[in-house]
Design a protein around this ligand. Structure first.
Ligand SMILES: [Zn+2]
Length: 319
């Protein structure tokens, strides 16, 4: 008994020592502080016998670290590489896991196939009674629309929300980002950081297939990885989800997201577009100050109880 307690305690201690703890500081840290950031696919095991999948390797302050995903729960964490024994894995070897199954399945959901592009590809509906609330933080000159979060927090402690963060939004909203991180730390919100590309280009008036990530010359790998680096540099943990800017993609872009083992997230209830949420809806709003109509509608639906509860974390969306 004493032995078991001791080993449990040392296990917990080891886990503490292994977890990456960013040093909080004023302003923002540069993405460059996360060095050697690369995609990988490795199966890893720690001394407690826990198995996770490493999807990124990196070095911070000369310490090698791993971004690890739980292939069943889809949670992610960053730990010191020294705490894990890893070996290269193939997609085939992980094909039976919920994680890889969903990466592949979402990558094969085209949404609406236009002649030259795909609209709303990926997972658009979740397997639950409640709604999945997602908010896109596209680049914006306006401050974070905190009304949305205040309303969300009235629905209960630890309200789940998937926030699709773009690099350029983060870069210009340090105070708002820190406010969100505080809400996360004190348990008021359960934020899942979804990748929304770094630059998130948008040229008004240009056809959909010539803007967003279909902008000529855009480097999809950079867009994906640089967003994660900036997020990690500032204490956020990237999730395994990706949302296309404007919900616009094509098959090479879908392949790029899949290559980095991310799950493409669409929506079936973009509130500002008048789509009404039902059971299991993946609800989309823009709390970046650019879509007040959607935030108003969200508030009204919460007050009226017409948005299915309990709100579910997006990790529960894939079957
Ligand atoms: Zn966007």
């Amino acid at each position: 008994m004493a032995l078991a307690t001791l080993s449990l305690a040392s296990g917990a201690l080891a886990e503490e020592a292994c977890l990456y703890r960013p040093v909080p500081h004023e302003g923002l840290a540069a993405a460059d502080s996360v060095a050697d950031y690369l995609s990988t696919l490795q199966t890893c095991r720690n001394s407690d016998g826990r198995n996770l999948v490493a999807i990124r390797t990196m070095t911070i302050d000369k310490t090698p670290l791993l971004l690890l995903a739980d292939s069943d729960k889809l949670t992610t964490r960053i730990e010191r590489a020294a705490c894990w024994t890893c070996q290269a894995a193939s997609e085939e070897s992980l094909a039976g896991t919920r994680y890889l199954r969903t990466v592949v399945k979402a990558g094969e959901m085209p949404g609406i196939a236009h002649r030259t592009f795909l609209q709303n590809a990926g997972l658009t509906h979740g397997a639950a009674q409640g709604a999945f609330v997602t908010g896109d933080l596209c680049p914006s000159r306006k401050p974070l629309d905190r009304r949305f979060f205040e309303k969300l927090m009235t629905t209960g402690q630890g309200a789940p929300v998937a926030l699709s963060v773009s690099g350029l939004w983060l870069l210009h909203h340090a105070a708002d980002f820190h406010w969100l991180m505080e809400k996360q730390a004190d348990g008021a919100l359960d934020i899942i950081w979804t990748n929304h590309s770094y630059h998130h280009p948008y040229a008004k008036g240009r056809p959909d297939d010539q803007t967003f990530m279909m902008t000529k010359g855009l480097d999809a790998d950079y867009e994906i990885l640089q967003t994660e680096r900036l997020l990690i540099a500032n204490g956020g943990i990237p999730s395994v989800f990706f949302r296309f800017p404007g919900l616009v993609s094509n098959s090479p872009l879908m392949d790029a997201v899949r290559r980095h083992h991310l799950i493409v997230l669409g929506t079936d209830a973009w509130l500002a577009e008048g789509q009404r949420p039902g059971e299991g809806s993946i609800v989309l709003v823009h709390p970046n100050g650019n879509e007040e109509g959607g935030i108003d509608r969200f508030a009204r639906y919460v007050d009226q109880g017409t948005i299915a509860r309990p709100f579910e974390p997006v990790l529960a969306a894939p079957p």
